[in-house]
Write a protein that binds this ligand. Structure first.
Ligand code: DX5
Ligand code: ZN
Length: 243
């Protein structure tokens, strides 16, 4: 458990810039979390090796149930296999109803971070406590229509907020521009409370918009299509890392 916590912490680089500290600007190197939804499952081991050798920080693993979202992806058995290939952070994004029924199984499969959707959790506080008591970092995801102020009363209890910048369910969609305002608002909430909560952006992240997303205050960039549909995925990850 300690190893996993350190792994999460050490992959986060956030340095206040003394020259600009009065403007609350930060020099940030984003955490890069390629989404394996778009990986080639016939050569999953190769794709995992590529990610391990690349500058990717987290493996982003999208679980869909065909109920919360109109698509079905993969579950614990695939995550267990992926876990065997890597020491990097396994960031599991649950797009499922009743995530409390499966939290322990995802822990056993090797999840370091378990993210649930606020829209799927009428008892979100209980979900967060469950995830943390199982020894994982807790994330909460928001759909594009869900305002960030709804997190006010749980923000201090969580490690990651995942803002969906497309409607969840599919890779390869177009980034919703309004997301930039949500990031700024959430950044302000987190900084005003002096919290260490990562802002993760998921959906439609490209080499063209990554800088504006990080400038708005994001810490983590999820990228599926941009990485796996590119001619040289490792180089694309390097470019995202150094935007
Ligand atoms: C969509 C998933 C994303 C998806 C992102 O519901 O949560 O993680 O894989 O794919 P791109 O980067 O292609 O939009
Ligand atoms: Zn995702």
């Amino acid at each position: 458990m300690v190893v996993q916590s350190n792994r999460l912490r050490s992959s986060v680089i956030r340095q206040p810039s003394s020259a600009f500290s009065h403007l609350s600007l930060h020099l940030r190197m984003p955490i890069i979390a390629p989404s394996l939804l778009t990986a080639n499952f016939l050569q999953l081991e190769e794709d995992c090796r590529m990610l391990n050798e690349s500058q990717a920080d987290w493996f982003h693993l999208d679980v869909m149930d065909g109920r919360f979202v109109p698509n079905i992806s993969f579950g614990m058995s695939i995550i267990k296999q992926i876990r065997k290939t890597t020491q990097k952070v396994c960031d599991v994004h649950l797009m499922i109803l009743e995530p409390e029924k499966y939290a322990e199984e995802f822990k056993d499969a090797g999840a370091d971070i378990l993210t649930v959707h606020i829209e799927a959790c009428p008892h979100l506080h209980r979900n967060i406590q469950q995830i943390k008591s199982l020894g994982m970092k807790a994330g909460v995801a928001l759909n594009p229509h869900t305002p960030v102020f709804l997190l006010q009363d749980v923000l201090a209890d969580i490690d990651v907020v995942l803002i969906m910048s497309v409607n969840p369910g599919f890779g390869g969609q177009k980034f919703i521009p309004q997301t930039l305002e949500k990031i700024k608002e959430l950044r302000k909430m987190i900084d005003e409370k002096g919290l260490d909560v990562k802002i993760e952006i998921d959906g439609g992240v490209t080499l063209d918009n990554a800088k504006s997303i990080v400038d708005a205050g994001a810490d983590v960039l999820v990228a599926g299509n941009t990485v796996f549909a590119s001619a040289n995925p490792a180089d694309t990850i390097r470019q995202l890392k150094s935007i």
